[in-house]
Ligand binder design. Structure first.
Ligand code: V47
Length: 374
C-alpha cells in the first residue's frame, strides 16, 4: 500500500475500524453504524481515501452525458412527498415531450459528442410502453454511439403494471429497443416505515431490488442510490447499504453507488433543512468503506455542488458524473448549482482537486478522443 494506515494515529473509537480497513476485512453492520455516527468524519474520510486510492489510484472519472426527462407527469405525485419534480396532468409545471422534442433535446448542446443519455421521468398515466420503445429506437437511430441509461426500477415496475407484463418482459423489450443500463433512482431508503412516510405505495425494497436482480440476470447493468437527509436514521442507512451489498454479492451487476442528499424545496414532505457538507462527505466515505463490492462511488456534482464534489474525491468518491446539460429533479427542489459543466470545466475541477481526470463511458471504459475543442 502506498499510504499505509496506522491505526494508532486514529481516534480511539475508530482504531478497530482502521485495523479492519488496513487488513481488508469486510465491515459489518456495527462498523457501518459507527461510520454513520462517528463525529470524526475527517478520519473516516482518510480511511475511505486509502481504499479509494488502492482501487483507482488518483484517477477520477467523469462522462459527457445529457439528461432528458420526457415527462414529469406522475401518478405518484402525492405519494412521493420528497419529490419536487412530479406534477399532475394540467398543473402549470407539468410537461410532456413529443418524440421530436425528445430528439431535439438530445441534439442540443452536445448531440453526437454525448456518450450517454440519462433518461428518467414521471409515471405517466397514459403513455404506453410502445411510446417509450419508439422513443428509444428513435434515439438510437439518430445517436447510434450513445448509451441509453434509462428508467428507474420504479418506472420499470410501472410499465409492467400498466401493460400487464412481467418485469423481465419489459426489460427485454426495452433492451431490444436500445436500453443500455438502468440508472439508480427510486431506491430512496428501503426501510418500510420510512418508505410509508416519504413514498407510500411505491415499489418496496424487495421489489426495487428484484427489478435490478432481473436486469443483472439479463446482462443489463445498473447503478444504485440512497436518498438521505430527511426523516431516516443512521440504522436505516446501514440497512439500505447492507441490502445493496447483498444484491451485489449475488449478481455483481451494479456499476456505481450514488448517495443522494435530500433537497427540501417545493415538495410535500414539509422539512426545512438541507444536509450539511460534513454529512454529505460522511455518506461518500461510508459508502466507499461499506460497499466493498461496488467499484465506483459517485459524487454527483449537481447535488453536492462542484466545490463539494471536489472534496468528495478525497473522501472515497472516484466519479463526479458528467456534463448533464439540463437538470430538473434537483433544481426544482432548490439546487443552486449550475445545470451544465463542459468537459474542460469538469477536467479542471478534477485536476484542481489533485486527481487525474479520465473521461469514461457509462460502463467505465476510458474514452480516447482526438483533441476536441472544449
Ligand atoms: O430517485 C427526488 C432523488 C433520484 C429529490 O444512476 C431527490 O447515474 C433529493 O437517481 N431531493 C433521481 N433527491 C436521481 C438519480 C440519479 C442521479 C444522478 C445519477 C444517477 C445515476 C441517478 O433523485 C430519485 C430520488 O431519490 N430525488 N427528489 C429531492 N427533493
Amino acid at each position: 500500500m502506498d499510504d499505509p494506515i496506522q491505526p494508532e494515529r486514529f481516534p480511539r473509537s475508530l482504531q478497530d475500524l482502521a485495523v479492519k480497513v488496513r487488513d481488508d476485512i469486510r465491515l459489518d453492520q456495527e462498523d457501518a453504524l459507527l461510520c454513520q455516527r462517528t463525529p470524526h468524519v475527517l478520519h473516516l474520510g482518510r480511511l475511505a481515501d486509502t481504499v479509494r486510492r488502492n482501487r483507482h489510484g488518483n484517477i477520477a472519472y467523469f462522462n459527457v452525458n445529457r439528461h432528458i426527462n420526457p415527462t414529469n407527469i406522475c401518478v405518484y405525485t402525492y405519494n412521493c412527498k420528497f419529490c419536487s419534480f412530479a406534477a399532475l396532468p394540467g398543473e402549470d409545471h407539468a410537461w410532456q415531450m413529443t418524440h421530436e422534442e425528445v430528439y431535439r433535446h438530445a441534439a442540443e448542446q452536445g448531440g453526437n459528442e454525448v456518450t450517454e443519455f440519462h433518461i428518467v421521468g414521471g409515471l405517466h398515466p397514459d403513455l404506453s410502453l410502445d411510446w417509450y420503445l419508439e422513443m428509444m429506437r428513435g434515439l438510437k437511430e439518430r445517436f447510434p454511439a450513445a448509451h441509453l441509461k434509462a428508467f428507474t426500477a420504479i418506472e420499470i415496475g410501472w410499465f409492467a403494471k400498466h401493460e400487464g407484463l412481467s418485469i423481465e418482459e419489459v426489460l427485454k423489450r426495452l433492451a431490444d429497443a436500445g436500453l443500455g443500463s438502468l440508472p439508480g433512482g427510486g431506491a430512496e431508503i428501503f426501510d418500510p416505515e420510512v418508505r410509508a412516510v416519504i413514498c407510500d405505495g411505491k415499489l418496496d425494497a424487495d421489489e426495487w431490488l428484484e427489478v435490478h436482480r432481473i436486469a443483472h440476470r439479463l446482462g443489463i447493468r445498473s447503478n444504485c442510490t440512497m436518498l438521505y437527509g430527511h426523516i431516516e436514521k443512521p440504522e436505516h442507512r446501514v440497512d439500505h447499504l447492507m441490502k445493496l451489498r447483498q444484491l451485489q454479492d449475488d449478481t455483481g451487476g451494479f456499476n456505481a453507488f450514488i448517495p443522494l442528499a435530500y433537497h427540501p424545496e417545493n415538495n410535500y414532505l414539509g422539512l426545512e433543512y438541507h444536509t450539511t457538507g460534513t454529512e454529505d462527505l460522511r455518506q461518500i466515505a461510508t459508502a466507499r468503506l461499506v460497499l466493498d463490492n461496488i467499484d465506483h462511488i459517485k459524487a454527483y456534482w449537481i447535488m453536492l455542488t462542484p466545490k463539494l464534489a471536489q472534496i468528495a474525491l478525497g473522501f472515497g468518491a472516484d466519479d463526479i458524473d458528467g456534463t448533464v446539460v439540463e437538470e430538473t429533479i434537483y433544481h426544482m427542489a432548490g439546487a443552486q448549482s449550475e445545470q451544465h459543466l463542459s468537459r474542460s470545466e469538469l477536467e479542471r475541477i478534477v485536476r484542481q482537486a489533485g486527481f487525474v481526470p479520465v473521461e469514461r463511458d457509462t460502463l467505465y471504459q476510458p474514452i480516447e478522443r482526438a483533441a476536441v475543442p472544449a
